[in-house]
Design a protein around this ligand. Structure first.
Ligand SMILES: [Zn+2]
Length: 305
């Protein structure tokens, strides 16, 4: 099951206690469906829990007869789509007038009278999300969106969300293939909205995914840092090799101070050895910093030649 589908199934487990909230959720579901007019009231979803929730609320709250049908969406993936429809003009008019709509509005808008009390806003948004929302898998991106068929309805929704969250949520609207997409980006914003609608588990999953990603990034950064250090070591070894070669070709190794001679030859023959290994291989073992200091002296000696 996709993350969006999991989220919707979780949301359907939240059943509003107050009848005002049930009405608000039912309104969100129907208003943001595929159509909400005299000619058709339908919502289509791939999520069976969301379809059944719509059917149940529409029947119980608006008292209308509803029809649920299934069609095969993509044969290969065995995905089905569920369509919930209010059939018959009388039934549709019953639903429309229940929510204070005429069904022949030129421009569909949110009728705020259906979101009566403060408690109802969350239920309304849950309905809207179940109807036309989706959320991206948090291992890929932090993005939640509502795909709305009408521009003014999209603008109303964007304003509604902005009012609830004030400045804490960045809401955007864009036009995509003739639909209007109201979207929220950023892990905090998406998690806040999920929690607000009642999908606490999905919000938690998102924050966990974010944490994991951060840990992984830190590990990568550390690995990059270590790789850079290895490069530095290799570069230093190459520099030392060139310096020693220069000494060998000009003055010969015996020109070096006696305490550096053995180390110079050891380094020259073993460019891959670490400082620690060089120190352990010397006839009189030396610490890492002792080796480092002597190698520097060798390089300086060669520079003066
Ligand atoms: Zn309420």
């Amino acid at each position: 099951m996709s993350f969006a589908s999991e989220t919707k199934t979780e949301l359907c487990k939240t059943i509003p206690q107050n009848s005002c909230c049930q009405k608000a959720e039912c309104y969100g579901l129907l208003l943001f469906g595929r159509s909400f007019s005299n000619h058709a009231i339908t919502i289509t979803t791939e999520n069976s829990a969301a379809a059944h929730r719509t059917a149940q609320l529409t029947a119980e709250i608006a008292g209308a007869i509803v029809d649920v049908s299934t069609s095969l969406l993509r044969r290969k993936e065995r995905k089905s789509a569920f369509t919930v429809a209010v059939n018959g003009e009388d039934e549709r008019n019953k639903v429309l007038s229940f929510f204070g709509h005429t069904g022949s509005e030129i421009s569909l808008r949110i009728n705020r009278a259906n979101i009566e009390n403060d408690c109802c806003a969350s239920a309304f948004l849950r309905g809207v999300f179940l109807s036309c929302g989706t959320v991206t898998d948090p291992t890929k991106d932090y993005h939640l969106e509502f795909v709305v068929p009408f521009m003014n309805l999209a603008k109303d929704l964007s304003a509604f969300i902005s009012e609830i969250f004030e400045l804490n949520l960045r809401v955007g609207v864009l036009n995509r293939k003739g639909s209007f997409v109201v979207y929220i980006k950023g892990s905090e914003g998406v998690a806040d909205l999920l929690t607000y609608m009642g999908a606490g588990n999905a919000a938690m999953e998102l924050m966990q995914a974010k944490m994991l990603k951060e840990v992984r990034n830190n590990v990568n950064r550390k690995t990059n840092f270590e790789t850079a250090n290895i490069d530095k070591t290799a570069q230093a070894a190459a520099e030392q090799g060139i310096a020693i070669e220069k000494i060998l070709n000009t003055t010969g190794i015996s020109a070096l101070p006696e305490d550096l001679q053995e180390l110079a030859m050891l380094r020259f023959r073993n460019p891959e050895m670490s400082l620690r290994e060089l120190g352990q291989t010397l006839s009189e073992p030396l610490s890492r910093s002792g080796i480092n200091h002597r190698l520097q002296r060798i390089v300086e000696f060669s520079k003066e030649l």
